[in-house]
Write a protein that binds this ligand. Structure first.
Ligand code: ASP
Length: 606
């Protein structure tokens, strides 16, 4: 990207990343932060840093020996060619011999480790985020984020999309995660909700005839923060009128190709498309990481007539047997035990295995003679391989081996010889592996709530075959117990094992929308209180429409190879949704509570 022209001001003639040999002899004025100070036989060398780079300043004034790191100083001096050049620095051929140095802001001792591999804890980094952001890696991440957003805007602008803002003070709706609520001063006892996504607004914009919308939208969800989540995060949110699923997928795929090309990365196209069922069958998850080549194979037939009762009983009660071959693994029994525990955590009853060494050992070795021909026809084996088996209900068997597959991926990455062998056979690849996962069910059964819930969200259009069934109340009844068989027009974009984006074609018919809400357990009163505005809007000429939303933080984190989305957000919260920088959330005064018609809680004194 073009660096952009930096305006000359009375503070500087150049940035700290700008000077080269052609500037030798010029008098310049620089300003920046003191990155480091070194003294060599009476001469003081200061590395002066700003966003654009580092320039070496030289002075004979021993006063500056004591200058504290991270102070802001201004330097007037002459550019000279260095006698010993630094090839690692773009400005490494020159240095500035200072005539005058002024200290503009003297820094206190810095409370965190500003080196690239900082040793400071996450909370210390977040408390002093404005210092943490001075680190080169953090600046790179923030700049990368800016570029990605810019490329997205450029592309969508060229495709006639309009960038439209939607409200942050929105309305609480059931279905979805927990809302962040904002009490109203004007309406006692009433609350706004911060949007979990602009879903309803973007659909209303389609009804408004705006045809193509996007937004870099902040979303808020008050969920328990598992692993790498943030209470507020950013989506690229997008909606289009008069489109089918293929239209949305191709537009979005083109957008990804464009953004990555701008970043100098050529993506493999077209993106693979898998049905949700096939993704589970082959990879044990609906967000497969295609950088790892090992896949799951169904071996139910192999065991059907075997004398291994445990598997046969499972098959006879409707279960399946799935297998994954951990190539060249040479695992110890202890490692195998650990993997078994992992699979059990995912709900599988156990993990059987066959270890191919000089001889075949393992928990299934007793049955090896009877199954080996059929098995090895399906799964070619080499010495060193370990075959893992799970016999269970289809979903449990797939998902538990899916978890195992990911654990094996980690194991390969951290075992150098194995990694080498996997690279050689192309079982493991670097890069950005995108795929579309399609054909999701419309509903899934929630054990917790003992009812059907939307797999995506309640505005998702069912597959065409199910539209008439769901609209007709008599037919709907017949389907009550098999609603999980109803399919939807929704899709996910997966990148390196992360669900990067998801979307759907939407319902545009108020009758069908009402039917879906009632299947989800909402009474007529609930529907009109919570979603009446949507049902009504659908009555006034609603175009067929669909869209998608992409997790921007995640996209940037994957491109930046950061291990957490916090690394690509300027001011994130910590893992407990707490902001160590400004100490938020914080108490408010009783007066403020009173204005909001809220009573202090006893817990508030904690
Ligand atoms: N609003 C949806 C979400 O946040 C995405 C979409 O359907 O466009 O998951």
């Amino acid at each position: 990207m073009r660096k952009g022209v930096i305006m000359k001001t009375s503070y500087r003639t150049h940035t700290c990343g700008e000077l080269r040999l052609i500037n030798v002899g010029q008098e310049v004025k620089l300003i920046g932060w003191v990155k480091s100070v070194r003294t060599h036989g009476g001469v003081v060398f200061i590395d002066l840093r700003d966003r654009y780079g580092v320039t070496q300043i030289v002075t004979n004034d021993s006063f500056f020996r004591e200058i504290t790191k991270e102070s802001v100083i201004s330097v007037i001096g002459t550019v000279k060619e260095r006698t010993s050049k630094n090839p690692n620095l773009p400005t490494g051929d020159i240095e500035v011999h200072a005539k005058k140095i002024s200290i503009l802001s003297k820094a206190h001792k810095i409370p965190l480790d500003l080196s690239e591999e900082t040793t400071s804890s996450d909370d210390v980094r977040l408390k002093y985020r404005y210092l943490d952001l001075r680190r080169n890696i953090m600046q790179k991440n923030i700049i990368l984020r800016h570029k990605i957003v810019k490329y997205i805007r450029d592309f969508l602008n060229d495709k006639a999309f309009l960038e439209i803002e939607t409200p942050i003070l929105s309305k609480s709706t059931p279905e979805g995660a927990r809302d962040y609520l904002v009490p109203s001063r004007k309406f006692p006892g009433k609350f706004y909700a911060l949007p979990q996504s602009p879903q309803q607004y973007k659909q209303l914009l389609m009804i408004a005839g705006l045809d193509r919308y996007f937004q870099i939208a902040r979303c808020f969800r008050d969920e328990d923060l598992r692993a790498d989540r943030q209470p507020e995060f950013t989506q690229l949110d997008l909606e289009m009128s008069f489109v089918n699923q293929d239209n949305v997928l191709s537009l979005f795929e083109e957008l990804m190709i464009y953004v990555f090309a701008k970043l100098g990365i050529k993506l493999k196209t077209p993106f693979l498309r898998l049905s949700c069922k096939e993704a589970l069958e082959r990879f044990g998850t609906d967000k497969p990481d295609l950088r790892f080549g090992l896949q799951i194979t169904d071996v139910t037939d192999v065991f059907k007539k075997s004398s291994f009762r445990v598997f046969v009983d499972e098959i006879n009660s409707g279960g399946v047997v799935k297998c994954i071959n951990f190539k060249f693994a040479r695992l110890s029994n202890k490692q195998i035990k650990k993997l078994e525990e992992l699979v059990k955590k995912k709900g599988a009853k156990g993990l059987a295995y066959l270890k191919y060494d000089n001889e075949v050992s393992g928990s299934l070795s007793k049955f090896w003679n009877e199954i080996s021909d059929d098995l090895e026809e399906k799964i070619p084996v080499d010495r060193g391989d370990v075959l893992f088996f799970v016999a269970d209900k289809w979903k449990t068997a797939c998902e538990s081996l899916g978890q195992l597959r990911l654990a094996l991926f980690e194991l390969v990455k951290e075992t150098p010889e194995l990694k080498k062998a996997y690279e050689k056979h192309k079982f493991i690849e670097e890069g950005f592996k995108f795929l579309w996962v399609v054909d999701f069910p419309l509903f899934s059964w929630s054990e917790e709530e003992q009812r059907f819930v939307s797999e995506h969200h309640p505005f998702t259009m069912p597959s065409q075959d199910f539209v008439d069934i769901l609209k007709d109340s008599a037919k709907r009844k017949e389907w009550t117990n098999k609603l999980d068989k109803v399919m939807s027009q929704s899709y996910d974009l997966v990148l390196n094992g992360f669900e990067l984006a998801s979307g759907s074609i939407r319902i545009h018919d108020s009758e069908l929308q009402k039917a879906i809400f009632s299947i989800l357990g909402l009474s007529d009163e609930d529907i009109s209180a919570k979603f009446g505005h949507m049902i009504e809007a659908f009555k006034y000429g609603c175009p067929p429409h669909g869209g998608i939303a992409l997790g921007l933080d995640r996209l940037v984190a994957i491109v930046a190879q950061a291990d957490s989305i916090r690394e690509v957000i300027a001011f994130p919260k910590n893992k407990n949704a707490f902001g160590p920088l400004e100490s938020t959330p914080s108490k408010v005064s009783e007066q403020q509570l009173k204005e909001l018609h809220l009573k202090p809680d006893t817990k508030m004194n904690d």
